[in-house]
Design a protein around this ligand. Structure first.
Ligand SMILES: [Zn+2]
Length: 468
Protein backbone atom coordinates (compact mmCIF):
# COMPACT_ATOMS: atom_id res chain seq x y z
CA UNK A 1 0.00 0.00 0.00
CA UNK A 2 2.73 2.42 1.02
CA UNK A 3 4.59 1.62 -2.16
CA UNK A 4 1.56 2.53 -4.28
CA UNK A 5 1.32 5.90 -2.55
CA UNK A 6 4.95 6.67 -3.26
CA UNK A 7 4.56 5.74 -6.90
CA UNK A 8 1.52 7.92 -7.30
CA UNK A 9 3.27 10.81 -5.57
CA UNK A 10 6.27 10.50 -7.90
CA UNK A 11 4.05 10.44 -10.93
CA UNK A 12 2.26 13.57 -9.89
CA UNK A 13 5.64 15.24 -9.40
CA UNK A 14 6.84 14.10 -12.77
CA UNK A 15 3.76 15.49 -14.51
CA UNK A 16 4.22 18.87 -12.89
CA UNK A 17 7.87 18.77 -13.83
CA UNK A 18 7.07 18.04 -17.45
CA UNK A 19 5.00 21.19 -17.55
CA UNK A 20 7.73 23.31 -15.95
CA UNK A 21 10.35 22.03 -18.32
CA UNK A 22 8.25 22.68 -21.37
CA UNK A 23 7.75 26.27 -20.30
CA UNK A 24 11.36 26.93 -19.47
CA UNK A 25 12.51 25.26 -22.68
CA UNK A 26 10.25 27.37 -24.85
CA UNK A 27 12.33 30.54 -24.99
CA UNK A 28 15.41 28.51 -25.91
CA UNK A 29 13.68 26.77 -28.78
CA UNK A 30 11.72 29.79 -29.98
CA UNK A 31 12.41 30.86 -33.51
CA UNK A 32 13.39 34.47 -34.01
CA UNK A 33 10.28 36.65 -33.91
CA UNK A 34 9.16 39.21 -36.48
CA UNK A 35 11.81 41.60 -35.23
CA UNK A 36 14.48 38.95 -35.59
CA UNK A 37 15.14 38.66 -31.87
CA UNK A 38 15.13 35.84 -29.37
CA UNK A 39 14.30 36.20 -25.69
CA UNK A 40 16.40 34.05 -23.38
CA UNK A 41 15.33 33.51 -19.77
CA UNK A 42 18.44 33.11 -17.59
CA UNK A 43 18.77 29.73 -15.89
CA UNK A 44 20.63 28.85 -12.72
CA UNK A 45 24.38 28.66 -13.21
CA UNK A 46 24.42 30.54 -16.51
CA UNK A 47 26.86 33.26 -17.36
CA UNK A 48 26.66 35.77 -20.19
CA UNK A 49 29.50 34.08 -22.04
CA UNK A 50 27.71 30.73 -21.89
CA UNK A 51 24.52 32.36 -23.20
CA UNK A 52 26.44 34.18 -25.90
CA UNK A 53 28.06 31.02 -27.18
CA UNK A 54 24.72 29.20 -27.06
CA UNK A 55 23.29 31.65 -29.58
CA UNK A 56 26.44 32.22 -31.58
CA UNK A 57 26.74 35.81 -30.45
CA UNK A 58 29.09 37.72 -28.13
CA UNK A 59 28.89 38.96 -24.55
CA UNK A 60 29.31 42.54 -25.82
CA UNK A 61 26.39 42.21 -28.22
CA UNK A 62 24.08 40.96 -25.43
CA UNK A 63 25.33 43.65 -23.03
CA UNK A 64 24.59 46.34 -25.61
CA UNK A 65 21.19 44.95 -26.60
CA UNK A 66 20.05 44.80 -22.97
CA UNK A 67 21.78 47.85 -21.53
CA UNK A 68 23.55 45.73 -18.92
CA UNK A 69 25.85 47.79 -16.67
CA UNK A 70 27.79 44.90 -15.15
CA UNK A 71 28.08 41.73 -17.27
CA UNK A 72 28.78 39.66 -14.14
CA UNK A 73 25.43 40.61 -12.60
CA UNK A 74 22.67 38.68 -14.32
CA UNK A 75 20.01 36.84 -12.36
CA UNK A 76 17.91 33.69 -12.71
CA UNK A 77 14.66 34.48 -14.51
CA UNK A 78 16.05 37.61 -16.16
CA UNK A 79 14.77 38.02 -19.72
CA UNK A 80 17.55 38.86 -22.14
CA UNK A 81 17.13 40.02 -25.69
CA UNK A 82 19.46 38.05 -27.91
CA UNK A 83 20.52 40.10 -30.91
CA UNK A 84 19.86 38.58 -34.33
CA UNK A 85 22.42 36.08 -35.48
CA UNK A 86 24.54 36.60 -38.53
CA UNK A 87 25.93 39.95 -37.43
CA UNK A 88 28.76 38.26 -35.59
CA UNK A 89 30.65 35.10 -36.31
CA UNK A 90 29.65 32.30 -33.95
CA UNK A 91 32.47 31.72 -31.54
CA UNK A 92 32.41 28.81 -29.19
CA UNK A 93 33.80 29.22 -25.75
CA UNK A 94 34.12 27.02 -22.75
CA UNK A 95 34.68 27.78 -19.09
CA UNK A 96 37.13 25.33 -17.53
CA UNK A 97 35.80 23.29 -14.62
CA UNK A 98 37.57 21.48 -11.82
CA UNK A 99 39.04 18.26 -13.16
CA UNK A 100 39.04 19.32 -16.81
CA UNK A 101 42.00 18.58 -19.02
CA UNK A 102 42.70 20.25 -22.31
CA UNK A 103 42.65 16.82 -23.96
CA UNK A 104 39.18 16.14 -22.59
CA UNK A 105 37.88 19.52 -23.74
CA UNK A 106 39.43 19.06 -27.19
CA UNK A 107 37.82 15.64 -27.51
CA UNK A 108 34.41 16.98 -26.48
CA UNK A 109 34.46 19.72 -29.11
CA UNK A 110 35.96 17.52 -31.80
CA UNK A 111 39.14 19.59 -32.01
CA UNK A 112 42.74 19.16 -30.88
CA UNK A 113 44.79 20.24 -27.86
CA UNK A 114 47.17 22.21 -30.08
CA UNK A 115 44.31 24.04 -31.83
CA UNK A 116 42.89 25.19 -28.48
CA UNK A 117 46.34 26.02 -27.13
CA UNK A 118 47.03 28.18 -30.20
CA UNK A 119 43.67 29.96 -30.14
CA UNK A 120 44.14 30.86 -26.46
CA UNK A 121 47.86 31.51 -26.49
CA UNK A 122 48.49 28.74 -23.97
CA UNK A 123 52.17 27.83 -23.74
CA UNK A 124 51.77 24.91 -21.33
CA UNK A 125 48.63 22.84 -22.09
CA UNK A 126 48.70 21.17 -18.67
CA UNK A 127 48.29 24.56 -16.98
CA UNK A 128 44.63 25.44 -17.28
CA UNK A 129 42.56 26.49 -14.28
CA UNK A 130 38.89 26.29 -13.21
CA UNK A 131 36.99 29.39 -14.33
CA UNK A 132 39.33 30.06 -17.25
CA UNK A 133 37.40 30.93 -20.40
CA UNK A 134 38.71 29.21 -23.50
CA UNK A 135 37.98 30.05 -27.10
CA UNK A 136 37.17 26.85 -28.95
CA UNK A 137 38.37 27.02 -32.56
CA UNK A 138 36.20 25.37 -35.22
CA UNK A 139 36.49 21.61 -34.89
CA UNK A 140 38.67 19.56 -37.17
CA UNK A 141 36.05 16.84 -36.98
CA UNK A 142 32.38 17.70 -36.50
CA UNK A 143 30.63 15.55 -33.87
CA UNK A 144 27.93 14.64 -36.41
CA UNK A 145 30.56 12.81 -38.44
CA UNK A 146 31.49 10.54 -35.57
CA UNK A 147 30.30 6.98 -36.05
CA UNK A 148 28.81 6.74 -32.54
CA UNK A 149 25.07 7.39 -32.48
CA UNK A 150 25.21 8.55 -28.89
CA UNK A 151 27.72 9.97 -26.46
CA UNK A 152 28.13 9.80 -22.73
CA UNK A 153 28.92 12.62 -20.36
CA UNK A 154 30.29 11.95 -16.88
CA UNK A 155 28.92 14.60 -14.52
CA UNK A 156 31.57 16.72 -12.79
CA UNK A 157 31.20 18.31 -9.35
CA UNK A 158 29.15 21.49 -9.56
CA UNK A 159 27.70 20.86 -12.99
CA UNK A 160 24.05 21.58 -13.78
CA UNK A 161 22.00 19.77 -16.35
CA UNK A 162 21.41 23.03 -18.17
CA UNK A 163 25.17 23.48 -18.58
CA UNK A 164 25.58 19.94 -19.88
CA UNK A 165 22.68 20.43 -22.28
CA UNK A 166 24.33 23.53 -23.68
CA UNK A 167 27.69 21.81 -23.93
CA UNK A 168 26.24 19.30 -26.37
CA UNK A 169 23.76 21.58 -28.11
CA UNK A 170 20.76 19.78 -26.67
CA UNK A 171 18.07 20.69 -24.13
CA UNK A 172 17.46 19.89 -20.46
CA UNK A 173 14.20 18.29 -21.55
CA UNK A 174 15.90 15.97 -24.04
CA UNK A 175 18.49 14.96 -21.42
CA UNK A 176 15.83 14.32 -18.79
CA UNK A 177 13.88 12.10 -21.17
CA UNK A 178 16.94 10.24 -22.47
CA UNK A 179 18.17 9.53 -18.96
CA UNK A 180 14.84 8.95 -17.28
CA UNK A 181 15.54 11.69 -14.76
CA UNK A 182 12.57 12.33 -12.46
CA UNK A 183 14.20 15.47 -11.13
CA UNK A 184 16.72 17.23 -13.44
CA UNK A 185 18.19 19.19 -10.54
CA UNK A 186 19.25 15.93 -8.89
CA UNK A 187 22.28 14.80 -10.83
CA UNK A 188 25.45 13.74 -9.06
CA UNK A 189 29.18 13.81 -9.79
CA UNK A 190 30.26 10.66 -11.58
CA UNK A 191 26.78 9.99 -13.00
CA UNK A 192 26.93 8.83 -16.60
CA UNK A 193 24.44 10.63 -18.81
CA UNK A 194 23.41 9.58 -22.28
CA UNK A 195 23.66 12.53 -24.66
CA UNK A 196 20.94 12.18 -27.27
CA UNK A 197 21.91 13.19 -30.76
CA UNK A 198 19.49 14.46 -33.36
CA UNK A 199 20.57 12.21 -36.17
CA UNK A 200 22.39 9.04 -35.36
CA UNK A 201 24.62 7.96 -38.19
CA UNK A 202 25.04 4.24 -38.64
CA UNK A 203 27.60 2.84 -41.06
CA UNK A 204 26.25 1.09 -44.15
CA UNK A 205 24.92 -1.62 -44.32
CA UNK A 206 23.59 -1.26 -40.73
CA UNK A 207 20.36 0.71 -41.07
CA UNK A 208 18.83 0.52 -37.59
CA UNK A 209 19.70 -0.47 -34.04
CA UNK A 210 16.76 -0.63 -31.67
CA UNK A 211 16.45 -1.55 -28.00
CA UNK A 212 13.34 -3.13 -26.48
CA UNK A 213 12.64 -1.70 -23.99
CA UNK A 214 14.45 1.56 -24.91
CA UNK A 215 15.84 1.70 -21.35
CA UNK A 216 16.40 -1.44 -19.34
CA UNK A 217 15.88 -1.72 -15.58
CA UNK A 218 18.45 -3.42 -13.35
CA UNK A 219 17.83 -7.18 -13.33
CA UNK A 220 16.00 -7.24 -16.64
CA UNK A 221 16.29 -8.55 -20.19
CA UNK A 222 17.12 -6.32 -23.12
CA UNK A 223 16.26 -7.17 -26.70
CA UNK A 224 18.56 -5.67 -29.30
CA UNK A 225 17.19 -5.51 -32.86
CA UNK A 226 19.49 -4.75 -35.76
CA UNK A 227 18.38 -4.06 -39.32
CA UNK A 228 20.80 -4.19 -42.23
CA UNK A 229 20.67 -3.64 -45.98
CA UNK A 230 21.03 -7.24 -47.03
CA UNK A 231 22.50 -10.33 -45.43
CA UNK A 232 25.20 -9.80 -42.80
CA UNK A 233 26.68 -11.74 -39.94
CA UNK A 234 26.70 -9.91 -36.64
CA UNK A 235 28.87 -10.04 -33.56
CA UNK A 236 28.92 -7.66 -30.67
CA UNK A 237 28.85 -7.00 -26.98
CA UNK A 238 27.05 -4.94 -24.37
CA UNK A 239 28.92 -4.09 -21.22
CA UNK A 240 31.53 -6.69 -22.11
CA UNK A 241 28.86 -9.41 -22.42
CA UNK A 242 29.10 -10.98 -25.85
CA UNK A 243 25.89 -11.02 -27.90
CA UNK A 244 24.52 -14.01 -29.76
CA UNK A 245 22.64 -12.77 -32.82
CA UNK A 246 20.04 -14.70 -34.71
CA UNK A 247 17.90 -13.85 -37.74
CA UNK A 248 18.28 -13.52 -41.50
CA UNK A 249 17.44 -11.34 -44.47
CA UNK A 250 18.54 -8.11 -42.85
CA UNK A 251 16.56 -8.55 -39.60
CA UNK A 252 18.51 -9.71 -36.57
CA UNK A 253 18.21 -9.73 -32.80
CA UNK A 254 20.10 -10.66 -29.65
CA UNK A 255 19.39 -10.65 -25.92
CA UNK A 256 21.40 -9.17 -23.08
CA UNK A 257 20.82 -9.50 -19.37
CA UNK A 258 21.57 -6.82 -16.79
CA UNK A 259 22.19 -8.07 -13.23
CA UNK A 260 20.51 -6.34 -10.27
CA UNK A 261 23.87 -4.75 -9.35
CA UNK A 262 24.53 -3.17 -12.76
CA UNK A 263 25.24 0.56 -12.33
CA UNK A 264 22.33 2.79 -13.31
CA UNK A 265 23.48 4.95 -16.21
CA UNK A 266 24.98 4.51 -19.64
CA UNK A 267 26.43 1.14 -20.65
CA UNK A 268 28.43 0.73 -23.85
CA UNK A 269 27.41 -1.53 -26.72
CA UNK A 270 29.14 -2.27 -29.97
CA UNK A 271 28.31 -4.44 -32.95
CA UNK A 272 30.29 -5.52 -35.98
CA UNK A 273 28.43 -6.38 -39.18
CA UNK A 274 30.24 -8.40 -41.83
CA UNK A 275 28.79 -8.79 -45.33
CA UNK A 276 29.28 -11.80 -47.63
CA UNK A 277 32.33 -10.09 -49.21
CA UNK A 278 34.00 -10.12 -45.81
CA UNK A 279 33.76 -6.35 -45.35
CA UNK A 280 33.11 -5.29 -41.76
CA UNK A 281 31.71 -2.13 -40.22
CA UNK A 282 31.31 -1.28 -36.58
CA UNK A 283 28.62 0.69 -34.77
CA UNK A 284 28.62 1.56 -31.09
CA UNK A 285 26.79 3.60 -28.52
CA UNK A 286 25.26 3.43 -25.10
CA UNK A 287 22.15 1.91 -23.59
CA UNK A 288 20.61 3.28 -20.45
CA UNK A 289 20.17 1.12 -17.35
CA UNK A 290 17.63 2.46 -14.87
CA UNK A 291 17.49 1.75 -11.13
CA UNK A 292 15.03 -0.83 -9.78
CA UNK A 293 14.10 -1.44 -6.16
CA UNK A 294 15.00 -4.71 -4.48
CA UNK A 295 13.65 -5.65 -1.05
CA UNK A 296 15.90 -6.92 1.78
CA UNK A 297 15.25 -10.27 3.43
CA UNK A 298 16.86 -11.63 6.63
CA UNK A 299 17.15 -15.39 6.63
CA UNK A 300 17.89 -17.79 9.48
CA UNK A 301 18.93 -21.25 8.45
CA UNK A 302 18.28 -24.42 10.44
CA UNK A 303 21.58 -25.32 12.23
CA UNK A 304 22.19 -28.47 10.17
CA UNK A 305 22.23 -26.43 6.93
CA UNK A 306 24.56 -23.63 8.03
CA UNK A 307 27.56 -25.58 6.70
CA UNK A 308 26.12 -25.14 3.20
CA UNK A 309 27.13 -21.46 3.31
CA UNK A 310 30.82 -22.42 3.24
CA UNK A 311 32.19 -20.02 0.58
CA UNK A 312 34.42 -22.65 -1.04
CA UNK A 313 31.50 -24.99 -1.45
CA UNK A 314 29.28 -22.23 -2.84
CA UNK A 315 32.02 -21.14 -5.27
CA UNK A 316 32.78 -24.62 -6.52
CA UNK A 317 29.13 -25.34 -7.23
CA UNK A 318 28.67 -21.97 -8.93
CA UNK A 319 31.66 -22.70 -11.18
CA UNK A 320 29.98 -25.92 -12.25
CA UNK A 321 26.57 -24.40 -13.14
CA UNK A 322 28.15 -21.29 -14.63
CA UNK A 323 30.06 -23.50 -17.07
CA UNK A 324 26.66 -24.69 -18.33
CA UNK A 325 25.07 -21.23 -18.40
CA UNK A 326 27.78 -19.81 -20.66
CA UNK A 327 27.34 -22.52 -23.29
CA UNK A 328 25.55 -21.27 -26.38
CA UNK A 329 23.40 -23.58 -28.49
CA UNK A 330 23.20 -21.66 -31.78
CA UNK A 331 19.45 -22.08 -32.37
CA UNK A 332 16.44 -20.78 -30.45
CA UNK A 333 14.66 -23.68 -28.75
CA UNK A 334 12.04 -21.73 -26.76
CA UNK A 335 8.76 -20.43 -28.13
CA UNK A 336 6.60 -17.52 -27.06
CA UNK A 337 5.75 -16.71 -23.49
CA UNK A 338 7.14 -18.89 -20.68
CA UNK A 339 4.98 -20.67 -18.10
CA UNK A 340 5.20 -20.16 -14.34
CA UNK A 341 6.67 -23.61 -13.60
CA UNK A 342 4.73 -24.38 -10.41
CA UNK A 343 1.45 -23.52 -8.73
CA UNK A 344 2.13 -21.41 -5.65
CA UNK A 345 2.56 -17.98 -4.11
CA UNK A 346 5.76 -16.02 -4.67
CA UNK A 347 7.66 -16.13 -1.37
CA UNK A 348 10.74 -14.19 -2.51
CA UNK A 349 10.99 -12.00 -5.59
CA UNK A 350 13.93 -11.78 -7.96
CA UNK A 351 16.74 -9.52 -6.82
CA UNK A 352 15.86 -9.65 -3.11
CA UNK A 353 18.94 -8.61 -1.17
CA UNK A 354 19.80 -11.21 1.43
CA UNK A 355 21.41 -11.41 4.82
CA UNK A 356 21.99 -14.92 6.17
CA UNK A 357 22.22 -15.50 9.92
CA UNK A 358 22.28 -11.79 10.74
CA UNK A 359 25.34 -11.25 8.53
CA UNK A 360 25.81 -8.39 6.05
CA UNK A 361 23.36 -7.86 3.17
CA UNK A 362 25.86 -9.34 0.79
CA UNK A 363 23.90 -11.14 -1.90
CA UNK A 364 21.07 -10.86 -4.37
CA UNK A 365 18.46 -13.55 -4.86
CA UNK A 366 18.94 -14.55 -8.48
CA UNK A 367 15.59 -16.22 -8.99
CA UNK A 368 11.97 -16.25 -7.87
CA UNK A 369 10.83 -18.52 -5.03
CA UNK A 370 7.38 -20.08 -5.11
CA UNK A 371 6.03 -21.59 -1.88
CA UNK A 372 4.44 -24.91 -2.77
CA UNK A 373 3.86 -28.18 -0.93
CA UNK A 374 6.52 -30.89 -1.00
CA UNK A 375 5.92 -33.11 -4.03
CA UNK A 376 3.99 -30.53 -6.09
CA UNK A 377 4.73 -30.95 -9.83
CA UNK A 378 7.27 -28.64 -11.49
CA UNK A 379 7.10 -28.15 -15.26
CA UNK A 380 9.47 -26.75 -17.88
CA UNK A 381 8.86 -23.00 -18.26
CA UNK A 382 9.61 -23.33 -21.95
CA UNK A 383 10.91 -25.85 -24.44
CA UNK A 384 14.55 -26.84 -24.65
CA UNK A 385 17.04 -29.55 -23.81
CA UNK A 386 17.93 -30.77 -20.30
CA UNK A 387 21.49 -29.61 -19.55
CA UNK A 388 21.69 -30.88 -15.95
CA UNK A 389 19.46 -33.09 -13.78
CA UNK A 390 21.01 -34.13 -10.45
CA UNK A 391 21.36 -33.45 -6.75
CA UNK A 392 23.77 -30.58 -5.93
CA UNK A 393 24.90 -29.55 -2.44
CA UNK A 394 23.69 -25.94 -2.27
CA UNK A 395 20.95 -26.03 -4.94
CA UNK A 396 19.65 -29.44 -3.91
CA UNK A 397 17.72 -31.39 -6.55
CA UNK A 398 18.49 -29.38 -9.68
CA UNK A 399 17.27 -29.24 -13.27
CA UNK A 400 18.78 -26.82 -15.80
CA UNK A 401 17.19 -26.42 -19.22
CA UNK A 402 19.09 -25.09 -22.24
CA UNK A 403 16.68 -22.94 -24.31
CA UNK A 404 19.26 -22.09 -26.98
CA UNK A 405 21.04 -18.83 -27.85
CA UNK A 406 22.68 -18.80 -24.41
CA UNK A 407 19.37 -18.75 -22.49
CA UNK A 408 18.92 -21.23 -19.62
CA UNK A 409 16.40 -21.80 -16.86
CA UNK A 410 17.15 -23.42 -13.49
CA UNK A 411 14.84 -25.25 -11.02
CA UNK A 412 16.32 -25.88 -7.56
CA UNK A 413 15.59 -27.61 -4.22
CA UNK A 414 13.59 -30.38 -5.94
CA UNK A 415 12.63 -33.47 -3.93
CA UNK A 416 12.54 -35.57 -7.09
CA UNK A 417 13.71 -35.26 -10.70
CA UNK A 418 11.65 -36.55 -13.66
CA UNK A 419 14.05 -35.89 -16.57
CA UNK A 420 17.54 -36.93 -17.72
CA UNK A 421 20.36 -34.88 -19.27
CA UNK A 422 20.05 -34.51 -23.04
CA UNK A 423 16.27 -35.02 -23.00
CA UNK A 424 14.20 -32.62 -25.08
CA UNK A 425 11.31 -31.04 -23.21
CA UNK A 426 8.33 -28.98 -24.29
CA UNK A 427 6.86 -26.03 -22.48
CA UNK A 428 4.83 -27.64 -19.65
CA UNK A 429 6.68 -31.02 -19.55
CA UNK A 430 6.91 -32.40 -16.00
CA UNK A 431 10.55 -32.12 -14.91
CA UNK A 432 10.44 -32.77 -11.14
CA UNK A 433 8.79 -32.18 -7.75
CA UNK A 434 8.95 -29.38 -5.18
CA UNK A 435 11.20 -30.06 -2.20
CA UNK A 436 13.45 -28.36 0.36
CA UNK A 437 16.77 -29.98 -0.56
CA UNK A 438 20.05 -28.01 -0.44
CA UNK A 439 20.14 -24.46 0.97
CA UNK A 440 16.41 -24.08 1.68
CA UNK A 441 14.35 -23.21 4.74
CA UNK A 442 11.22 -25.04 3.62
CA UNK A 443 9.48 -26.57 0.62
CA UNK A 444 9.61 -24.19 -2.33
CA UNK A 445 10.71 -23.95 -5.93
CA UNK A 446 13.57 -21.58 -6.78
CA UNK A 447 13.26 -20.74 -10.48
CA UNK A 448 15.78 -18.68 -12.41
CA UNK A 449 16.44 -17.49 -15.96
CA UNK A 450 19.95 -16.82 -17.21
CA UNK A 451 21.25 -15.04 -20.28
CA UNK A 452 24.80 -16.27 -20.41
CA UNK A 453 25.81 -16.21 -16.76
CA UNK A 454 23.62 -13.19 -15.99
CA UNK A 455 20.51 -13.86 -13.94
CA UNK A 456 17.43 -11.87 -14.98
CA UNK A 457 13.93 -11.55 -13.58
CA UNK A 458 12.09 -14.69 -14.81
CA UNK A 459 8.64 -13.11 -14.38
CA UNK A 460 9.39 -10.85 -17.34
CA UNK A 461 9.54 -14.03 -19.45
CA UNK A 462 6.06 -15.11 -18.32
CA UNK A 463 4.58 -11.64 -18.86
CA UNK A 464 5.44 -11.44 -22.56
CA UNK A 465 7.01 -13.39 -25.36
CA UNK A 466 10.71 -12.56 -25.78
CA UNK A 467 11.18 -11.46 -28.49
CA UNK A 468 7.65 -10.22 -29.05
ZN1 LIG B 1 15.36 -18.87 -4.26
Amino acid sequence: MDKMMVTRGQRAFLCLLVILLLFSAQPLEAAPGAEGIIIHVVERGETLSVIASRYGTTVDAIVQANGIANPNLIYVGQRLTIPAQGTVAPEESYVVRLGDTLGGIAHRFGTTVSAIAQANDISNPSLIYPGQRLIIPPGVQQPSELPTPTQVHVVRPGEYLSQIARLYGTTVWALAVANDLANPSLIYPGQRLVIPTRSATLPFPISAVEFVPPRVAQGHTLLLRVRAEGEVSLAGSIDGQSLTFTGAGGEYWALAGFPPWSEPGAHPWSIVATDNQGRSVEASGYVLVTAAEFPIQYIDLPPEREGLLDPELVQAEWARVKALFVQVTPSKLWRGRSLVPVEGEVSSVFGTRRSYEGGPVASYHMGVDYAAPEGAPVVAANSGRIALAEELTVRGGTVIIDHGLGVHSGYFHLSGIAVVPGQEVERGTLIGYVGSTGLATGAHLHWEMRIGEIGVDPTEWTARAIPE
